[in-house]
Design a protein around this ligand. Structure first.
Ligand SMILES: [Zn+2]
Length: 156
């Protein structure tokens, strides 16, 4: 078989059949024109092409993680869902070891599991305020954190 063409999008060059979710993976590192560095982490919840998160879970994880993680780090740029509904991208200012991102993610998730409501799940603060599930968020986060010891092992 010939090597597939290297594509522009980093994750399009990742063999999604060879990974073992959940995991945390450094997906990209960019040095900006003035020397600042951005790092992008793949925070994968479910095994690609085997399982995915329902959209209300994705949405409520997005809200809850985005709000809570900023209590633990001032270097968060963005946390956003993947269209395949198997995980999220966490974009950070500066260089970070995957071990440190794992600790940040787990501290954030511990806080998420204490939530009694999804942050900003209303029509004023969100574009689809009714489209949330606290229970689905909690179930997905509990499943992710149950694998806390294996998160840095990306490939099978
Ligand atoms: Zn929203």
């Amino acid at each position: 078989m010939t090597e597939p063409r290297k594509m522009n999008v980093e994750s399009f060059n990742l063999d999604h059949t060879a990974v073992a979710a959940p995991f945390i993976r450094l997906a990209d590192r960019k040095e900006l024109p003035h020397g600042d560095v951005l790092t992008k982490f793949d925070v994968r919840f479910t095994q690609p092409n085997v399982a995915h998160l329902e959209m209300d879970a994705v949405h409520s994880i997005e809200h809850s993680f985005a709000e809570c993680v900023r209590d633990h780090s001032a270097q968060v740029i963005d946390f956003g869902p993947m269209g395949c509904q198997t995980g999220f991208y966490l974009i950070m200012s500066g260089d970070h070891a995957p071990e440190d991102i794992r600790d940040l993610v787990l501290a954030t998730m511990a806080q998420m599991l204490e939530l009694t409501e999804v942050p900003a799940a209303n029509e004023v603060q969100c574009g689809w305020g009714a489209h949330h599930s606290l229970d689905a968020m909690r179930a997905a986060v509990e499943e992710f954190t149950a694998h806390a010891d294996e998160l840095l092992a990306v490939m099978r």
